[in-house]
Design a protein around this ligand. Structure first.
Ligand code: ADP
Length: 456
């Protein structure tokens, strides 16, 4: 496993969470995992928090000049200008280390652009190494918006022949695209949900790589991420005022009152409380949300947003919340507050423009909080609409990326909320769904086995 972040050593987002959970899930299936991670400055201080997991060995690639820095990929001034050198060095060192230690993997599994060069090196510079004679390569795309694009001038630093700087190789509109290299050379490509695997083959979501992905469609699959169902468990969550499960949902109300109180909202069990926990990024649909706010207000609901990121979005939300008695925003990355929101809200909103998988909606369902989502990527795969699917519905979905469609879905949710019996059914369906990593771990293992058998 080659990956540029892993919880708890280094994490900027979902990738770091997956990189911690997937190896553990694979180890549970009997897979022996060697995971390679750059030795960042933050690794040392976070080491004590790491749990040893049987079957998983973590290796750190050291290079003080490249990795002893304040950030993983950049700092306040933006991305580090030498990211191509940093991560191609990392990838190359992974293969050198395996070879030197005599570790002959069945699968080399690379995640996102930072790790993509390990696939390219495996299939080029290291092609004839006896150690890798039986190694197949898998490349996982967690978010196609990030591809690792660099100017043509930096290409020689990769140490691979110029002939690979071609349409069939790493060339991308005159520049170098590392993720494209991984996609072109991998024996299997995966994305983090089946829906996203389909969408990235289209112009709208393909981010310029849709053609390449279409050409490799027979090797592309979507495998849904899981959530850590031990950590995310409303019955055992120590942060909550009152723990609950699907048979004691009435206790969830206490968490709602505590949350309303904490944020200075009118304490009311009847008010329909919508929560959001999210990066503040255009991807997350803030354009729609901000346009829909006057209508939300007219509906008489309550809205709580916990988010961090884009300053422009922060400003827009600040402006909207001024003098309001129905909406609260907190600009922070705060896991404890996120837990109180997952537990205290009635519904959880994700109006995303695109969503490779999405963890928020799964955590919300585990907490009996009904998701309202835009039907895209992993959101579409995990949330069936309650009005159009009476048997399986777990939430409310809307399709057009418009404030009107979003408001309609919110109104439909409110209508159902007013019939507690129906609402409880949705809550219980969400809570009894298995979003654990077991299922995903098994699917990755099946993929590995297919690759090993050479059914490529
Ligand atoms: P993405 O990876 O695109 O940010 P996901 O839904 O896949 O979105 O994962 C986001 C994860 O990060 C969720 O577990 C969510 O609870 C958490 N999260 C996002 N923003 C915050 C925040 N401001 N405070 C606490 N947790 C957050």
């Amino acid at each position: 496993m080659v990956v540029s972040e892993m919880d708890p050593y280094a994490k900027t987002g979902g990738l770091g969470v997956v990189a911690a959970s997937l190896p553990a899930a694979l180890a549970k299936q009997g897979v022996k995992v060697h995971l390679f991670l750059p030795h960042y400055a933050c690794v040392q201080e976070r080491r004590p928090q790491a749990q040893f997991r049987e079957g998983v060995t973590v290796h750190f690639v050291d290079h003080p000049g490249y990795f002893q820095r304040s950030g993983l990929y950049g700092d306040r001034r933006g991305d580090y200008p030498d990211n191509l050198e940093r991560f191609s060095f990392f990838c190359r060192r992974v293969l050198e280390t395996l070879s030197a230690k005599g570790i002959a993997p069945n699968i080399l599994h690379a995640h996102d652009w930072q790790a993509a060069m390990s696939v390219v090196y495996l299939k080029t510079l290291f092609k004839t190494e006896p150690c890798f004679a039986k190694t197949a390569a898998a490349m996982t795309i967690h978010n196609l918006a990030y591809q690792g694009i660099f100017p043509k001038e930096s290409y020689p630093k990769l140490g691979i022949p110029w002939e690979l700087f071609a349409i069939e190789g790493l060339e991308f509109y005159g520049a170098v695209n590392l993720l494209k290299g991984g996609i072109v050379f991998a024996d299997a490509i995966t994305t983090v949900s089946p829906g996203y695997a389909h969408e990235v083959q289209g112009i709208e979501q393909g981010a310029g790589l849709d053609g390449v992905l279409r050409s490799r469609a027979n090797r592309l699959v979507g495998i849904l991420n899981g959530i850590d169902d031990v950590s995310w468990d409303p019955a055992a969550d120590r942060v909550l005022a009152s723990g609950y499960d699907d048979r004691s949902l009435s206790k969830k109300k206490q968490n709602k009152a505590v949350l309303q109180e904490e944020l200075g909202l009118p304490v009311s069990s009847k008010a329909f409380l919508i929560g959001m926990v999210t990066r503040l990024a255009a991807q997350k649909g803030f354009e729609l949300l901000i346009e829909a706010l006057p209508r939300f207000k007219a509906l008489g609901l309550q809205l709580v947003i916990l988010g961090s990121g884009d300053k422009g979005i922060e400003e827009a939300l600040k402006k909207a919340v001024r003098r309001s008695n129905w909406m609260r925003v907190r600009f922070a990355f705060d896991e404890a507050l996120s837990r109180r929101i997952y537990a205290g809200a009635d519904a959880f909103l994700m109006p995303s423009l695109y969503e490779p998988c999405g963890l928020g909606q799964m955590i919300a369902m585990r907490y009996g909080t009904v998701p309202i989502v835009r039907a895209t990527g992993g959101l579409r795969d995990t949330v069936a609409d309650a009005d159009s699917d009476k048997k399986m519905g777990k939430g409310f979905c809307f399709e057009p990326f418009t404030a009107g469609a979003l408001t309609d879905a919110v109104e439909r949710a409110m209508k159902t909320y007013k019939t507690p019996k129906l609402w409880t059914v949705l809550q219980q369906r969400g809570m009894s769904t298995d979003f654990s990593w077991d299922q995903s771990g098994k699917e990755y293992l099946r993929l590995y086995q297919r690759l090993c058998k050479g059914l490529r």
